[in-house]
Design a binder for this molecule. Structure first.
Ligand SMILES: [Zn+2]
Length: 77
């Protein structure tokens, strides 16, 4: 069974909290920006984590596996 969590930076992120994942690395032009070249992963409640390209790809794969793999079978109603 696939984990519902995905490790980004040093945080285990629940996949259902991910709103969107950046397609291109962050660039804002600020000299002191610590996020240059990192990929933003936006979470619920205006929260966000910053991932490397490998972590970003891993998150997308994990979400696809999660959505496609363990679909709820209508037991909710
Ligand atoms: Zn920046």
């Amino acid at each position: 069974m696939e984990s519902i969590f995905c490790l980004v930076d040093d945080k285990h992120i629940p996949l259902y909290r991910v709103m969107w994942v950046a397609d291109i690395p962050h660039f804002c032009g600020h000299e002191d920006c610590a996020r240059e070249g990192q990929y933003e992963i936006r979470l619920e409640q205006d929260d966000a984590v910053w991932a490397t390209r490998e972590e970003r790809d891993h998150v997308i794969q994990a979400i696809e596996a999660w959505q496609g793999g363990s679909k709820p079978e209508g037991d909710w109603e």
